[in-house]
Design a protein around this ligand. Sequence first.
Ligand code: SF4
Length: 418
Amino acid sequence: MNVDRITEKLNILADAAKYDVSCASSGSKRENKNKGLGNASNGICHTYTEDGRCVSLLKILFTNVCIYDCAYCVSRKSNDIKRAAFTVQEVVDLTINFYRRNYIEGLFLSSGIFKDADYTMERLVQVAKKLRLEHNFNGYIHLKSIPGASDELMREAGLYADRLSINLEMPTEEGLKLLAPEKNRQDMIDPMGFLKNEIILRTEEKKLFKKAPMFAPAGQSTQVIIGATPETDQQILQMSDQFYRDFKLKRVYYSGYVPVLSDNRLPALNTAVPMVRENRLYQADWLMRFYHFKVNEIVNQDNPLLDLDIDPKLSWALRNLQEFPIDINKADLRMILRVPGIGVQSAQKIVAARQFRKLNWDHLKNLGIAVNRARYFITCNSPQHERRDLTGTAIKQYILAESQSKYIKNSTTQLNLF
Ligand code: SF4
């Protein structure tokens, strides 16, 4: 192996992969069998690059050579950058070597499209197949599927990868047409439909026949770039909601656009990465998936953009003060979940604990409730903390002031790990 050449390729292709944020590795259980290598489980830990992106996996592109010219992408064919491509064996060797040294817990493999979709996808599948069959590798594998790849290759990919994902790139078809006119949204949607059906079929099969092979046990996900095109948060979250329902996606990842290229269709090069907006979208997404919020409760015609100052649950509560305060000792779980400062686990603990005693503020604190937020929206078995008749604006001010002073009090010099 030419170590210098491999190192050079690794530098180029790991750097090019950093723009893809959909690398969370939870959701797969692949036990170590036959004294194999690795063990993917829900507990895989993550580390983060200095810009906050996850790098717990060996995260690389197979190649940054691409036949397409998507305006938002650093690998686009018209961009004058150094190009490189691994061979299948090189990616396999790197994964095994890094795994043995405990550098990584799995592989996240994406690619530019060279020649055509199938030619590229075939190589990604070969990597996963070799790792599983020749090296008995049981670590986590996330393959980015290439839009337009054949059903046969998608089926094979599902046999060896834990998670498959197809990037939608832009939240809407119009956005894609504007920035990647050669690409076709349907080429992204068709494989998602195929995977959804195949995952359902294989899951049923596995229930009947224990020895039936696993198929993409961590499911499928997608990623959209936000801030490169002018979609509102309402459009973005409506899109996510539809894809969660239609394709049973495990996750939609929101990647704030990083301006790396000058193009008059894109935000200027000095535009800040919309990190806060990205975070608010994740919080809103969380509300839809775990807190039973409907999209139009979070964002709608009157409020098409998420409030960047406060999280979307607090924002909803302030717009719906007529629903509060609720009596924490009587309210149903659905309403408890809507109280700012109360998470899913805490809400369940409240419902369990109040069977035995009437809960007061001390009990709630012990159950992990953020009383400094929740106190504006609940009553309990003690009048302490109750603040009635405040407007939404006043509550927002109090909460913001308190969180800022807390932040200042707690702030210490940040450890720089990179
Ligand atoms: S197809 Fe993918 S790698 Fe190629 S330019 Fe478009 S986004 Fe970049």
